[in-house]
Design a binder for this molecule. Structure first.
Ligand code: FAD
Length: 573
């Protein structure tokens, strides 16, 4: 692990069995699986080196953070003018994990919130850790609705890999027996608090199909040293996960996959290495390796391997392929279908409801639970729940908590008094809606405009359309009626459509499919046109479902590495 010096004169020292581009959630998994199977693996990461434990704000208390954790408007204007359009996002305690807009610019035809960080570990450091399985309701959806293309896999193809990924990751959760979000290999759930439990029971009385379950999250409620390999430990419910956890209480590339990969002795991790393109050999019809710019020295380097895993994130991977142009592939490597960069999806949100729940004023709880509840999709999952006004569905993430009484405007003694008095329980929930794969929702490169690394600027052109807008109205109405069912008062709803990207679940720009004419990847995540390139980040997704997607990327990654390994053994790659 760490910087290696490379002998540029001989190819032996720059040739590997496998190259993994990106060190985030999916790249970490790819590298671990490859290394465990004995493949000498080079992991390339465009951002700086970060090692587990190097989390500068992890142990700071609120009063130790500058400006009460608020980033000044001058700094936002200079560096985070797009990243901070989600006003909840950039703070003093996490800004070092967020890509600066002036350093990493992009263009928009329609607003697109491309939220990310460039450093070893990628967004595995800051992610919300919610993990939900997809089901055949999702994998069959495009076929049944007659839109886009059919997924080339079904739940049974990925099920054992969900088992495998969840077991290693460590996902806490409660079994509910729901077909739309199948149960997994769970660690003990983080219990609902009294208000959340009451909410669950009251909603079940009126709406038996709406299940309020503890969020399923990659936090170790039970640490098993022989299973949760890496540098991990029991979650101490500090609720500071997004700063990085020095205890290894949740799954990240830094706490889990990278240390396991490094332990094998097969990993070479090279930070500060931006992959600009993939090299293709017309004779063998295979990729030979990657071109890299060292961001510290400015040097252009080449590295070679038998197989390449692209895990630079949905947008990052697609940008590399679109930039890999040749006579054979003038519109980007593996783009004979013309679908590369199209069908961008995300979940759309900015809709939900919150309210006061009376009746629990004498109840309190200890600890800082790093999650709340989840309400799986209940629309369009069977004939009884079929809607006429839109297809697909939505789920909710929410929580109930007792907030202090202060109104935010008090000062001095009055303020101190008010914050010592706990206010009533409030319940809030945000709806995550499915976005359909539209060919017209796309990204492309502007080859006439380059960033400071010499990369063409990405332009986004994607928006919510009719189906999403109809779904949103119902999503908000259902949130309000559930709060009402539980006897809440002061119910407030919101429906402010967010830009694509805002849910930070970008997907779909190199989709899987059965037909090379209409999709980029086959059922093993191989590029149809170039079989020794595998793409297992979110760009491979054929539809977006309603569930947070990262555990599915991990399962698909482990499955693809297993396949690649077997194909290499057979001499097929
Ligand atoms: C605040 C927040 C909350 C989230 N909550 C959840 C959640 O609850 N559940 C869930 O499932 N998902 C969640 N996500 C989304 C989740 O983080 C992503 O889906 C996941 O990280 C994607 O994994 P990835 O490997 O594709 O990309 P990333 O984790 O983004 O990693 C990609 C890596 O590739 C590197 N890279 C990019 N381009 C290049 C290049 N050209 N050369 C070399 N390296 C490159 C990047 O620097 C980065 O390190 C959340 C994200 C955020 C930010």
């Amino acid at each position: 692990m760490g910087h290696m010096s490379f002998n540029q004169k001989g190819t032996a020292s720059i040739t590997y069995d496998a190259i993994v581009v990106g060190s985030g959630i999916s790249g970490g998994f790819a590298a671990m699986e490859l290394c465990k199977r004995g493949h000498k693996t080079l992991m390339l990461e465009r951002g700086r080196m970060v090692k587990h434990g190097e989390y500068p704000t992890a142990n700071l208390d609120p009063w130790e953070l500058k400006n009460q954790n608020v980033v000044t408007s001058e700094e936002v204007a200079a560096h985070y003018y797009k990243q901070n359009r989600l006003s909840w996002w950039v703070h003093e305690d996490n800004k070092h994990w967020i890509a600066k807009d002036d350093e990493y610019p992009y263009d928009e035809v329609e607003r697109f919130d491309w939220i990310r960080g460039h450093h070893v570990g990628g967004r595995s450091i800051m992610w919300g850790r919610h993990c939900y399985r997809w089901s055949d309701i999702d994998f069959e959806a495009n076929l049944k609705d007659g839109i886009a293309v059919d997924w080339p896999i079904r739940y049974k193809d990925i099920e054992p890999w969900y088992d495998y990924a969840e077991t290693f990751v460590g996902v806490s959760g409660q079994k509910e027996g729901l077909k739309q979000v199948p149960d997994g290999k769970f660690l003990p759930p983080m219990e609902l608090n009294c208000a959340e439990q009451f909410f669950r029971e009251e909603v079940a009385k009126k709406y038996p199909k709406r299940v309020i379950t503890p969020g399923r999250v990659a936090n170790l409620t039970e640490y098993k040293p022989d299973v949760h390999l890496g540098t991990r430990g029991q979650c101490q419910t500090r609720d500071r996960c997004w700063r990085g956890c020095p205890l290894g209480g949740y799954f990240s590339s830094l706490s889990a996959t990278i240390p396991v990969a490094a332990e094998t002795g097969n990993l070479t991790l090279r930070p500060d290495s931006v992959v600009t393109e993939i090299m293709f050999d017309t004779k063998t019809r295979k990729a030979t390796g990657v071109r890299v710019k060292d961001t510290q020295t400015g040097e252009m380097l080449e590295f070679f391997a038998r197989i390449i895993f692209c895990n630079a994130s949905t947008i990052g991977t697609t940008a590399i392929l679109l930039n890999s142009r040749s006579n054979e592939f003038p519109d980007g490597l593996g783009n004979s279908s013309g679908e590369l960069g199209h069908n961008i999806m995300d979940h759309h949100y900015g809709m939900g409801a919150w309210a006061t729940l009376p009746g629990f004023e004498d109840k309190y709880y200890k600890g800082r639970k790093p999650l709340g509840f989840y309400i799986p999709r209940f629309r369009n999952i069977d004939e009884a729940s079929r809607r006429k006004d839109y297809i697909r569905g939505f789920g909710y993430q929410g929580r109930a908590a007792r907030y202090s009484g202060g109104n935010g405007e008090d000062i001095g003694a009055e303020f101190k008094d008010s914050i010592f008095k706990p206010g009533p329980y409030q319940i809030g929930m945000t709806c995550f809606g499915e976005l359909l794969p539209y060919h017209d929702n796309k990204m492309y490169l502007n080859f006439d405009k380059k960033d400071k690394y010499g990369l063409p600027i990405i332009t986004f052109d994607a928006k919510l359309r009719e189906n999403e807008m109809a779904l949103r109205i119902d999503g908000v109405a259902c949130a309000a009626e559930m709060l009402e069912a539980a006897g809440c008062i002061n119910i407030t709803t919101s429906n402010n459509a967010t830009a694509v990207g805002a849910a930070i679940h970008e997907m779909g720009t190199a989709r899987m499919g059965r037909d090379p004419k209409t999709s980029v990847l086959n059922k093993w995540n191989q590029i149809h046109d170039v079989q020794n390139i595998f793409i297992t980040d979110g760009s491979c997704m054929t539809s977006s479902a309603t569930q947070n997607p990262s555990i599915t990327y991990m399962a698909l990654t482990a499955r693809a590495v297993d396949y690649a390994h077997k194909q290499l053994g057979l001499g097929e790659l």
